[in-house]
Design a protein around this ligand. Structure first.
Ligand code: FEO
Length: 403
């Protein structure tokens, strides 16, 4: 049984949705699945744009075979070698003996790393600006290193004005029969997952993403066909604007993200008090998470979203509460920057988490610490309540200043 749809007269989506995979990269929870997108261009020459994860091989091959209607594949264009897209390269090389692989030199190297294959006379090596005529369609290749691996490239079809954008503009989440962005309620149902995908997968490479956006700005693009999530055929500016914001580490929204690492709930009470004080000060967006209960990938997504952050954290083994330490480490690895941060620490005999968090923030770029830092010894007392109210005023003022 094939499940394909056309994205234009002669370009067929042959990708596959996967709701069974629990964690992307065996790391990031996938509550609503993911899609592995692949596109077949049926021109004088037939080109397949990337393959799919090994979990969905059977359906993927079915889709290709049906769309081919007895034809064969002339070119497999490999934009990215991560196995969620590259896993079936060897299988296709075996199945279609006349098929050639199109990619850059790094892609060729990685194909040999992942597979024992002979590419003699089967590799078409391309570099920045090279073109591949297919008939009516002509693909032009644009290198996009580190969006998300070093070998990544994207391609542009000037006939349909389509950018095959590899991981860029991808989204977690299966599509439930939809294919295009205008067939789903993207802001309501997909934006959070798109941000979680960007922040955790590509977030470290903001500069490289900006470089790709600059190159893309020079192309007349009417459709973006990424390797995950919906194909964009309308309102492209909306998503490109999100990418501009995320890749420049600018906050998407003014608001306060409160992250709590609490052992018995006393630190949480302090965070609750601050949240209520923020509301009293008229701060409209306040979002609180327990770092022990929420997968860190969601917290990373939220810190890419909000302008202001509170880290409320117990001291543990003379250090930062482990779940909070892990979150901060992830933020550093993903180059999170340019946020206003306040610290609430707790410790029953030697509170140290505040000082240690401050040291970690100092290693990051443009992380401004808002005062006062509030110290709790075991449980919240009247004096600290007043400090928390003072901190809420500082936040309210800081949020207003940026308006
Ligand atoms: Fe969707 Fe970096 O692979």
């Amino acid at each position: 049984m094939q499940i394909t749809r056309k994205i234009s007269d002669d370009i067929v989506y042959v990708g596959v949705g996967d709701k069974r995979l629990a964690r992307f990269e065996n790391l990031f929870p996938l509550p609503s699945g993911v899609t592995y997108n692949s596109y077949l261009i049926l021109d004088d020459k037939v080109a397949l744009m990337d393959t799919a994860d090994s979990d969905v091989t059977d359906q993927f091959i079915d889709n290709i075979e049906t769309a081919l209607e007895g034809r064969t594949i002339d070119y497999l264009v490999v934009h990215h070698m991560e196995p969620d897209h590259g896993a079936n390269i060897k299988r296709l090389l075996d199945r279609y003996p006349q098929m050639k692989v199109v990619g850059n030199t790094k892609i060729e190297t990685m194909i040999h790393q992942f597979f024992d294959v002979d590419l003699t006379d089967r590799m078409v090596t391309v570099k920045e600006g090279d073109s591949l005529p297919l008939g009516k369609h002509e693909l032009t290749f644009v290198m996009a290193p580190m969006v998300h691996w070093p070998e990544v490239m994207v391609s542009y079809d000037k006939t349909t004005k389509t950018l095959f954008s590899a991981d860029a503009f991808g989204t977690f989440g299966d599509l439930d029969g939809a294919l295009f962005n205008d067939e789903v309620d993207f802001p309501e149902d997909y934006l959070d997952e798109a941000r979680r995908y960007y922040a955790n997968i590509v977030g470290k490479y903001g500069m490289q993403t900006q470089a790709l956006l600059k190159k893309a700005a020079g192309l007349e693009i009417e459709m973006i066909a990424p390797l995950h999530g919906p194909v964009w055929r309308s309102n492209l500016e909306y998503f490109i604007d999100k990418y501009q914001t995320w890749s420049s580490y600018e906050p998407e929204e003014k608001g306060v993200l409160i992250l709590v690492g609490s052992i018995y709930g006393h630190t949480h009470r302090a965070a609750d008090k601050l949240a209520a004080a923020l509301k009293e000060e008229g701060v409209s967006k306040v979002k609180m998470y327990d770092v022990s209960k929420t997968d860190v990938s969601y917290l990373i997504s939220e810190i890419f979203k909000y302008s202001h952050v509170v880290l409320a954290c117990a001291t543990y083994n003379n250090g930062i509460f482990p779940k909070m330490a892990n979150f901060i480490h992830d933020c550093q690895a993903l180059c999170v920057q340019n946020r206003q941060v306040a610290i609430i620490e707790n410790g029953s005999w030697a509170p140290a988490s505040g000082k240690l968090i401050r040291e970690e923030l100092a290693k990051m770029k443009k992380m401004e610490v808002l005062e006062p830092q509030v110290t709790i010894k075991s449980s919240l007392k009247k004096e600290q309540e007043e400090e928390l109210c003072q901190l809420a005023k500082v936040f309210a003022q800081s949020l207003k200043e940026g308006e």
